[in-house]
Design a protein around this ligand. Structure first.
Ligand SMILES: [Zn+2]
Length: 130
């Protein structure tokens, strides 16, 4: 069973991780404040999956995005809203070296597949209903 995390559970883990994660790490070599294609510099062997934002019994997660104002998908300050795309497809990963948290999902399908990653910033997590 995957460990389902809602907005408040994710915020709690993120705050704990932020209190211990200081200084540079392998995982901070490429800034991941906003969504990014997974950088080659990132050693995924140092990431451990600790949970998911995917709701277990939802076969078709929404493609709606929550981007108030002039924010777009790539904005480093776009809110992290677990019910909305692409957060509703993400698993939560933790760097075993520094404890930082990351969200990862696979964008596209068929011939176009891109693995995306974004760092979790507790201040950006918002529990907005669909
Ligand atoms: Zn790290």
């Amino acid at each position: 069973m995957p460990n389902y995390l809602d907005a408040s559970a994710l915020t709690k883990i993120a705050l704990r991780a932020e209190s211990v994660a200081t200084g540079p790490c392998n995982c901070t070599r490429t800034p991941l404040d906003g969504w990014n294609s997974q950088p080659v510099s990132l050693d995924e062997g140092r990431l451990e999956e600790i949970g998911t934002l995917m709701v277990d019994d939802d076969p078709e997660p929404s493609y709606r995005e929550y981007l108030p104002g002039d924010l777009d998908y790539w904005s480093p300050n776009a809110p992290i809203t677990p019910h909305f795309f692409p957060y509703n497809r993400c698993n939560v990963w933790q760097c075993m070296q520094c404890s930082r948290l990351y969200l990862r999902y696979t964008e596209g399908g068929g011939y176009f597949v891109d693995r995306r990653i974004r760092a979790v910033n507790s201040a950006l997590i918002q529990d907005v209903p669909l």
